[in-house]
Write a protein that binds this ligand. Sequence first.
Ligand code: SAM
Length: 229
Amino acid sequence: MPDKEKIRELFDDIAPQYDSFNHKSSFGADRSWRRKAVMEIADTDRPIEVLDVATGTADFAIEVARKAAPGSHVTGIDISEGMLQAGRDKCKGLPVELMTAQAESLPFTDCTFDRVCVAFGVRNFEDRMKGLSEMYRVVKKGGKLVILELSYPKNRLIRAFYKIYALKILPRIGTGMTGNADAFSYLPASILKFPLPQEFMPMLNRAGFNTVRHSQFMFGVCRMYVAYK
Ligand SMILES: C[S@@+](CC[C@H](N)C(=O)[O-])C[C@H]1O[C@@H](n2cnc3c(N)ncnc32)[C@H](O)[C@@H]1O
């Protein structure tokens, strides 16, 4: 598992270029993946309390705040103050609050949120099981967890092409944009280490969630998990 201090430093360092790297490296597909996850979160006409874990520069939190019913509120937490700082200006005038905190010890009482979400953050948690258990603790009974995470295609041929992109091309794009070669040797490699659904869905059950479903986008390059308390 990644070391939390190293992850914090890595994201502090790449924060100013993070948004444009994201959109360029996914050819804009990250926006449509986020939209699908937002639809799962903002799926009711009543106001909801949402927690966006590993919120980064708050793109996902902002999208949720825009789509959720009036009166809804989004709290975004992250370990990287640099990422949060890059997000703060974008949140002005929206019901979004950003704060420094870690997924493994969330500073909220039990059953606080109607929805909890994480976009592209779970694979960087230092203690994944603790993070999942904490999210279970703070979501209300009947509430929902939505996770988006990068993964890899199961089909061998498509996976071979994807590996070339992830391990050879992506690090060049990232290093060229940020000057941080270490970050872009770690980040793409971590995608290939993240568990596939058959392993990850039982982890969600072990954290306490009772119903878990999974969908994949772009042959499995991105996966969405929806789990209920
Ligand atoms: C790839 S970025 C994703 C940011 C954002 N959710 C998005 O959709 O663009 C991953 C984020 O996870 C944060 N992170 C990593 N480990 C964390 C932890 N244990 N607790 C909270 N945030 C964490 C990093 O600081 C970083 O901002």
